[in-house]
Ligand binder design. Structure first.
Ligand code: F0G
Length: 452
């Protein structure tokens, strides 16, 4: 069969709301042209993020009822811990309320003034947590990643030569950790190869630097490895996942992605002393070690979600359905980051509206246009997200259409493609914006704009 179907059926449904073009004009103006400030009820198809927006399975909901809410030593914690051991091989795992809580603890321990943290590309919260500690985040993507049309199979790879040169230039003592984000979210949801991870391991061994994964989308990354990396085709995804974790000394994970839960995170560390320090910080601000700011039911849902995400029929459908949207846009002449990523399609906004200069936020213009035309919510990943605060404008101006896990059907995706194609036909009408208000950090969440 040619069609790869959704490998699930729908048991619970939730109505979604259509608005009129007049409604949307008013809503957009009231929200200061920032879709983060729009109520979800006023959105028809919500592609703002794939984080915490997935649909849980019957087994996950059943786990929620079975959960143990004891303060210390809850049965649900041990189920969670055992699942993390099974999947990652790490002896211990700390639960946190989400990815950025793991990041905050990690960088409070390893960051600080004068330190430099390399990554293939920091996600915005990771970057902000590195900076908050006083350290400097440095992105080292491979050259191919800077060209949206380049179809390199592992465009998420870190530039090993640049990593080596950076460490030699600043000195290993100033680099407390090397991070690699799988898949690379800021750079198009692109995967990192096992070969590249091995290269990082060798460099870190040579300089005695710990190597951590930002492993939010580890299962999607492993699926790409199976599809694209030589010698990996006949291997089970769980074995590839295990290889990825075996190569690192620790990981920060947001379970809101490949954990397929609405809230939750994980912090993994092999070093016993560092683990102890992290445990102390966890207790200080998140919660006791066996719940880490979560309810027992959240731990149950995570334990089950991390199992389900490794099902190969699920990953096959997941990666294929994202590519399906990408292919429709490409065949209509819309430039995207190629090849399609795992959790999202990234539209090249510079190519979409060449008449809008980078300083006038072409990505935000596309985001507003897409909401106006179809009630669809997307997010800008460009100058709004990464500019400001003295940062140079990023190389690419992107609009991310992130696909929640197990939520939308093929006809929803067809509708999104239609809306994008219609917007593209009318792209001359899109207008640039200027910022009317911005907060000191992470400005994309609360900034307000005016249309020019
Ligand atoms: N690292 C990556 C690669 C991420 O994509 C995210 C979140 C985080 C860390 C932080 O995790 O949200 O649980 O605190 N990404 C979401 C997104 C928000 O929309 O891409 P968190």
């Amino acid at each position: 069969m040619k069609t790869i179907i959704e490998p699930f059926q729908i048991k619970v449904v939730e109505p979604i709301h259509m608005t009129t073009p007049e409604d949307r004009e008013r809503i957009l103006t009231e929200a200061g042209f920032n879709l983060f400030l729009v109520r979800a009820d006023d959105v028809l198809i919500d592609l703002l993020t794939d984080s915490g927006t997935g649909a849980m399975s019957a087994e996950q909901w059943a786990g929620i009822m079975r959960a143990d809410e004891s303060y210390a030593g809850a049965r649900s914690f041990y189920r969670f811990e055992q699942r993390m051991q099974e999947i990652t091989g790490f002896a211990q795992a700390l639960p946190t309320h989400q990815g950025r809580a793991s990041e905050r603890i990690l960088f409070e321990l390893l960051g600080g003034e004068g330190k430099i943290v390399p990554n293939n590309a920091h996600f915005d919260t990771t970057r902000a947590n590195v900076e908050h500690s006083g350290a400097e985040p440095v992105d080292l993507p491979i050259e191919e990643a800077k060209d949206p049309k380049n179809r390199h199979p592992f465009k998420g790879n870190i530039n090993l030569r640049a990593l080596e040169q950076l460490i030699e230039r600043v000195g290993a003592e100033r680099v407390p950790v090397v991070m690699v984000t799988v898949t690379n979210n800021s750079g198009g949801g692109q995967p990192v190869s096992i070969e590249n991870l091995r290269g990082v391991r060798a460099i870190c061994d040579h300089h005695r630097i710990p190597f951590f994964l930002d492993a939010c989308r580890f299962a999607e990354n492993a699926w790409f490895i199976k599809l694209r990396e030589e010698g990996q085709q006949d291997r089970a995804v769980k074995d590839i996942v295990r290889d990825m974790f075996d190569l690192c000394d620790g990981a920060t994970i947001s379970a809101k992605k490949d954990g397929i839960v609405n809230i939750g995170g994980v912090l993994l560390m092999r070093d016993a002393e560092l683990f102890q320090q992290a445990t102390n910080l966890l207790i200080l601000t998140e919660g006791y070690v066996t719940y880490g700011g979560l309810a027992g039911r959240d731990l149950e849902a995570m334990a089950q979600g991390f199992k389900e995400v490794l099902r190969e029929d699920y990953l096959d459908y997941r990666i294929r359905s994202t590519a399906y949207l990408g292919e429709q846009l490409l065949s209509a002449g819309i430039a995207i980051v190629e090849p399609p990523g795992g959790h999202a399609i990234y539209v090249d906004a510079k190519a979409f509206c060449p008449h809008i200069p980078q300083a006038e936020f072409p990505g935000q213009a596309v985001v507003c246009g897409l909401y106006r035309i179809g009630g669809i919510r997307a997010v800008e990943i460009g100058s709004v997200m990464f500019g400001g605060g003295g940062h140079a404008p990023p190389a690419m101006e992107l609009v991310r259409l992130a696909i929640p896990r197990r939520v939308y059907t093929q006809s929803h995706i067809d509708y999104v493609a239609e809306a994008m194609i219609e917007l593209h036909a009318r792209r001359d009408t899109l207008r640039g914006l200027r910022i009317a208000y911005e907060p000191p950090a992470l400005r994309h969440f609360t900034a307000r704009f005016e249309e020019l």
